[in-house]
Design a binder for this molecule. Sequence first.
Ligand SMILES: [Zn+2]
Length: 280
Amino acid sequence: MCKECWELIAKADDTEFLDSLELTHAERTVLEELYKQGENRIVEILELQGKALHDAILELSEELLFDIGELGKVLLSVQSGDLFTVQFEQAVYDAFTPLYHLAGESELTVLNTDKTWSTKNKAASRFALKLKKLVPDMNGTSKDVMTRAFQKAIKEGKTPSERALLVREISASAAKGDAGPFNMERAITVSRTMSTAAANGGKMEGWKQSEVVTGKKWRSSKGDRTRKTHRKANGQVQPLDKPFLVGKKGKESKLMFPGDPAGRAEEIIRCRCTMQSVME
Ligand SMILES: [Zn+2]
């Protein structure tokens, strides 16, 4: 899909999602700004990662260029090397922790005026750790995408130098963000997944602290891009401290809230679902 199309979809998703948080105009403005900054930072990091990968590939000898094991090693060092992991985790933390607090605080102030939200609460730090753990998972997925592309190129090349050339072409186009894991689409996937996790996670913590809310109800996002399993979860009610069961029969993920980073990637990546409070 074209870059503009992704941007349009992301914009529509964000609008729908932010609407569901029912923020004041001022809160919303701050949040949109932070969100944009976070997404830009992720795009920047992905660009740097793509360039680093391409530089490393250019340094490989021709024989190693079609050794998939060797290419895998290069990919791994770029994706899970300390430099990018730390930058990525920091970007995710800076962009999405404010969303967690904002969602939590908005819920708490409406539900119980006697309570005050503290940005230093333990649940928030635990949540930040959970978010960071999503980064290696997402990097793993993008490594697989790249490995498959290289494998395909190696198969297609008839002579060794043709194979090497095809591998170089793929890494060059990935570095430019044209295709592969370092493009706009990936940045949007990351920020969409993280924002769902942060907003719902914050909301739930706000409900807990309110001591008024006893349960939660899954609200699946409308539209045909919603997973079947999430449409099925629509309306599911659980006590506040019990997980939702979401997924194919017998293989359900236990999600404390939509986007819960503890869940399996297939149930959380790009999820746009929200939840409603239940009071007895
Ligand atoms: Zn969903």
